[in-house]
Ligand binder design. Structure first.
Ligand code: ZN
Length: 312
């Protein structure tokens, strides 16, 4: 609700909407987070995750540093100490008080792997984590957010939908043996609603930009128009089954901009060709930067050798 009301305020500029949004920002939650104290254990995941999306919106409106600090710290503690490898979280509550919290929907103790019940990694949590990660990526441009977004995109968001029927799962089972249980058409849950939002926004996280650079954060065949620069970038490839990604860039007017591409940390080696010429490029932490000048038509081909990486 706080996020919705802050979004409403940004349209209406009506102080009532701002004041109402603030009622949902509870000090007991935001204050420890702003001090980087992990109080997530035992909380209902999706109830509290969405509050943090609201904290981010509040910071964007009021510039109160406490809400920025809480947002940044929360993301780090969530992804480092509470999330599964696929970027989602939620599972049994450490001290269960209800039948639901015995097996689902809560955060566990930091650094402790939840029991892999059938009801973990709720789809709403995956989607709302993506919203938060996207916000932090837009604030910082840091590769760690882009990499996390890509990971959750493939392993939690896309994984939650049946590509033949469009049905979605409430929980994404990660243990073994497990199978996905898709929601029926007459069984409308919170995750149906989140999934409508998530799948309508599949293309929202592919490209970002600032005044001078376009950021390519997902390897998804697509086309983006950047009106201010008069440029069009067409991305082709079939990432995950083919290691080659190509960008075809054309520009209608003279301009200088850079194309910043995420190179995930699990890529062993990158070979780059610009207009057919093999190039040596510096990779500074996980972001590969190209400069494009004066509207040249340019084709950039990336060969991404996929390796494996271990994380703790
Ligand atoms: Zn849900």
């Amino acid at each position: 609700m706080n996020e919705v009301l802050y979004n409403l305020f940004s349209i209406s500029n009506d102080p009532k909407h701002l004041a109402l949004g603030k009622l949902f920002d509870r000090d007991w939650f935001v204050d420890p987070l702003s001090r980087n104290e992990d109080i997530l254990s035992g909380l209902h995941s999706n109830t509290h995750l969405v509050l943090v999306n609201g904290f981010a919106q509040r910071f964007q409106i009021t510039k109160e540093p406490k809400y920025q600090d809480a947002t940044v710290h929360f993301w780090d503690m969530l992804m480092n100490d509470h999330a599964y490898a696929n970027g989602s979280s939620s599972g049994p509550r450490p001290n269960a008080t209800t039948p639901t919290s015995l097996k689902a929907e809560h955060w566990g103790d930091p650094g402790h792997l939840n029991t892999f019940t059938k009801e973990i990694a709720e789809s709403c949590v995956s989607h709302n984590t993506q919203k938060l990660t996207s916000t932090l990526l837009s604030w910082t441009g840091e590769a760690k957010y882009a990499e996390s977004y890509m990971n959750t995109f493939y392993n939690a968001v896309l994984a939650a939908q049946n590509h033949r029927t469009g049905h979605v799962v409430y929980h994404l089972p990660l243990g073994s043996p497990r199978k996905k249980i898709f929601l029926k058409e007459d069984d409308f849950r919170c995750c149906n609603g989140s999934s409508i939002d998530a799948y309508a926004a599949l293309n929202a996280g592919i490209y970002y930009h600032n005044d001078t650079a376009l950021f390519v954060n997902l390897f998804v065949p697509s086309e983006v128009n950047w009106d201010d620069k008069g440029m069009v970038l067409q991305q082709t490839g079939n990432f995950l089954t083919n290691k080659t990604v190509e960008y075809h860039i054309s520009s209608k007017k003279e301009s200088i901009f850079s194309i910043n591409t995420l190179i995930p940390s699990w890529v062993d080696r990158v070979t780059v060709y610009i207009n057919g010429q093999k190039k040596t490029q510096n990779i500074s932490p996980n972001i590969l930067v190209f400069y494009v000048e004066n509207g040249n038509n340019t084709t950039q081909k990336l060969n991404l050798n996929m390796g494996s990486a271990y994380k703790t």
